[in-house]
Write a protein that binds this ligand. Structure first.
Ligand code: ADP
Ligand code: MG
Length: 243
């Protein structure tokens, strides 16, 4: 579903991604972790073509991001992205947040977009809040709306960038529950997160990135958590700090 080959990226002379190679199969859940500044957000944004890169190739569902013929906005619409800070439109109601891109990008009728959006709002348990504004919801509820909004676009893959790290601790669980349900339903997911409980439960693979934008580990969940002696010193160090 996603093939990342020898991708390097620089901001000026600063290298933020260093020859990154990995792939994500259909239905796979891959957790990306690593210290702050290691390029996790940048990597996930390159997959969604939100960030350009200078070297290498990324192919999403058979379509190369570097091919000048690729319709990037269309491809982007097929990747659901969930950010740390929800990024809901504050001046729009929950329903309007859910339907805007469906109408503008997918050209769905308003009625169709509402039907579709509310189906996902119900799935994240927030149907009763459809007419509220984001500011009237808790952080956990806002993030669940953001997930429902992404799902309303019928994405082929869901990309999560630290979706629970801006939440109060008591709200982390409700967002992780929604993500776990999605994973169990077979959604292809790339999740930047330090929620190792989530990784242990539903990830198929874990990628560890280190400062300098390098993928230091890319292995199965069982290898990652089960065999610490086989891990790089930097990975062990990091795990010791967060576990
Ligand atoms: P992570 O998500 O792992 O914390 P990021 O991908 O956000 O890391 O950032 C990786 C590195 O790139 C950091 O050192 C950050 O300061 C730098 N960086 C991110 N965005 C920019 C930018 N627009 N211009 C310059 N440097 C950036
Ligand atoms: Mg980040």
């Amino acid at each position: 579903m996603i093939d990342i080959k020898n991708v390097s990226k620089w901001y000026g002379s600063f290298q933020v991604l260093n020859n990154c190679t990995t792939n994500i199969q259909k239905g796979e859940v891959v957790v990306v972790c690593g210290p702050s500044g290691s390029g996790k957000s940048t990597l996930i944004k390159t997959v969604n073509a939100l960030e350009p890169f200078q070297q290498g190739e990324i192919v999403v569902d058979g379509i190369s991001l570097s091919d000048p013929k690729t319709d990037l906005p269309k491809l982007r619409a097929r990747c659901g992205m969930v950010f740390q800070n929800f990024e809901l439109f504050p001046h729009l109601s929950v329903t309007e947040n859910l339907t805007l891109a469906q109408i503008k990008v997918l050209k769905r009728s308003k009625a169709e977009a509402i039907e579709h959006g509310l189906k996902y709002l119900d799935r994240v348990g927030l149907l009763a809040h459809k007419d509220k504004f984001p500011g009237q919801l808790s952080g956990g509820q806002q993030q669940r709306v953001a997930i429902a909004r992404a799902l309303s676009m019928d994405p082929i893959v869901m990309l999560f960038d630290e979706p629970t790290s801006a939440l109060d601790p008591e709200m982390v669980g409700e967002v992780l529950d929604v993500m776990m349900q999605l994973a169990q339903e077979g959604m292809t997911m790339m999740c930047v997160t330090h929620e190792m409980g989530f990784a242990r439960k539903v990830a198929h693979r874990v990628i560890f990135m280190d400062v300098g934008g390098k993928i230091l580990e890319d292995c199965s969940k069982d290898e990652f958590f089960g065999n610490p002696d086989a891990r790089q010193a930097r990975t062990k160090d990091f795990l010791n700090k967060i576990l």
